[in-house]
Write a protein that binds this ligand. Structure first.
Ligand SMILES: NC(=O)C1=CN([C@@H]2O[C@H](COP(=O)(O)OP(=O)(O)OC[C@H]3O[C@@H](n4cnc5c(N)ncnc54)[C@H](OP(=O)(O)O)[C@@H]3O)[C@@H](O)[C@H]2O)C=CC1
Ligand SMILES: CC(=O)[C@@H](O)[C@H](O)COP(=O)(O)O
Ligand SMILES: [Mn+2]
Length: 389
């Protein structure tokens, strides 16, 4: 660390997952030793969590799954760290006065509690858990304002938009254009999608990610969730958010300004760059992964999404416009439907159908409380668990 540089103590919620492991890789390769893993959390990946604790020696570790928590304590003895469990452990780590930044990288609505607790304490949150904003966007943004915290995007598209937005004033923004790889089934017809298997859907063309988001990319639900995330995070009107298919995943998104200038952010598909930027913003550290080389031949393609074959995208636009409880219903329904698809209980094309049914059946409220959102979440999950194709 150079004189004048300050140490950033980072709590990683979901350190055992794809984003969490990339986050620790960023910390491990920070040559200036500016970043330190202060707290880690894992759920069921016992061995990975043990290995991470031995390598990074954090001040705290929280194990959220009760069985894993019971079985891991003995192995952690001898390492000079505090072992915590359950939601209280997450709250304790993120609200520790010494914690500087929280990387929120638990998958699904389960990640909202940690995001919320960190923002309540006025912390800066590097947000990978897009579901926090899909479920409770307006309440989360109001909490940021009220407690003086900050949300910095980790999602690659939102990181790209965040960087491009530095080129103009909010009133000069015409629209944001999120790029989507199109997933493994780009160009397929609905008939061809009828019998696709979880294994096929898990073969993402450009990114290596956890299973839930990988299925979301295949249905285009990931882009649907990202459209909602963008609206709340950047305070946009629904008409200002658009999606374009870009199979190479090199242009991570774009902002079009009032005068017609389009500013894009480019880099290879590697999450270490957006994670590092959210952990060190406003500073830029040396490149944590590969660089894009535009002096060599490289073709970049753009095409409109096929909204009939991939109806999840329209669900996202609809939910973004409605706001209120619609995001909580869509998100919970999707989590339950993806779990059933991965378990071989329903087909790929049933995912949007089950989500449609859950949105239509829930009692819409335009200004829900957080408690109400959790109730909508629980009901939508149950409905999809019982849903028959
Ligand atoms: N992967 C990527 O490149 C990107 C991911 N994101 C977002 O980041 C988030 C994480 O995604 P990803 O890393 O791919 O997911 P993974 O499935 O790889 O990791 C999920 C993490 O969450 C933990 N976890 C799972 N269930 C629970 C629970 N009920 N309570 C507490 N912790 C739990 C897991 O613990 P364990 O493994 O120990 O059971 C693991 O640490 C998602 O919201 C995703 O949409 C956004 C952009 C890109
Ligand atoms: C890396 C990342 O941010 C993912 O959300 C990624 O965008 C998924 O790819 P798709 O564009 O296929 O949804
Ligand atoms: Mn993304």
């Amino acid at each position: 660390m150079k004189p004048g540089d300050s140490l950033t103590r980072v709590v990683i919620l979901g350190s055992t997952g794809s984003i969490g492991r990339n986050g620790l890789d960023v910390i491990a390769h920070d040559a200036g030793r500016r970043l330190r893993a202060w707290g880690l959390s894992g759920h069921r990946s016992r061995e990975t969590l043990l290995e991470q604790c031995r390598a990074h020696r954090p001040r705290y570790v929280t194990v959220t799954d009760p069985d894993t928590a019971r079985s891991i304590r003995g192995d952690l003895k001898g390492l000079d760290l505090e072992v915590l469990d359950g939601p209280e452990g997450i709250i304790r780590m993120v609200q520790d006065p010494a914690t500087d930044r929280v990387l929120s990288a638990i998958v699904g609505a389960a990640g909202l509690e940690g995001t919320w607790a960190a923002l309540e304490a006025g912390k800066t949150v590097a947000l990978a858990n897009k579901e926090s904003l899909v479920v409770a966007g307006p309440l989360v943004m109001e909490l940021v304002e009220r407690r003086g915290g900050r949300l910095l995007p980790v999602d690659s598209e939102h990181s790209a938009i965040f960087q491009a937005l530095r080129c103009g004033e909010p009133k000069e923004v015409r629209r944001v254009i999120l790029t989507s790889s199109g997933g493994p089934f780009r160009g397929k017809t609905r008939r061809e999608l009828l019998g696709v298997t979880p294994e096929e859907a898990l073969r993402h063309p450009t990114w290596k990610m956890g299973p839930k988001i990988t299925i979301d990319s295949a249905t285009l639900m990931n882009k649907a969730l990202e459209v909602i995330e963008a609206r709340w995070l950047f305070g946009l009107e629904p008409e200002q958010v658009e999606v374009v298919i870009h199979p190479e995943s090199v242009v991570h998104s774009m902002v079009e300004f009032a005068d017609g200038s389009v500013i894009a952010q480019l880099s290879p598909p590697d999450m270490r760059l957006p994670i590092q930027y959210a952990l060190t913003y406003p500073d830029r550290l040396p490149c944590p992964g590969p660089r894009v080389d535009l002096t060599r031949p490289l073709s970049l393609h753009f095409e409109p999404p096929d909204r009939d074959t991939f109806p999840c995208l329209d669900l996202g636009f609809e939910v973004m416009s409605r706001g209120g409880t619609a995001g909580a219903a869509l998100n919970a329904a999707n989590e339950a439907a993806v779990a059933r698809f991965l378990g071989g209980e329903i087909g790929f094309l049933d995912i949007p159908r089950a989500c449609r049914a859950a949105i239509d059946d829930h009692t819409f409220d335009p200004r829900p409380s957080l408690d109400q959102l959790w109730k909508v979440d629980a009901r939508a999950r149950l409905e999809v668990q019982r849903w028959q194709p």
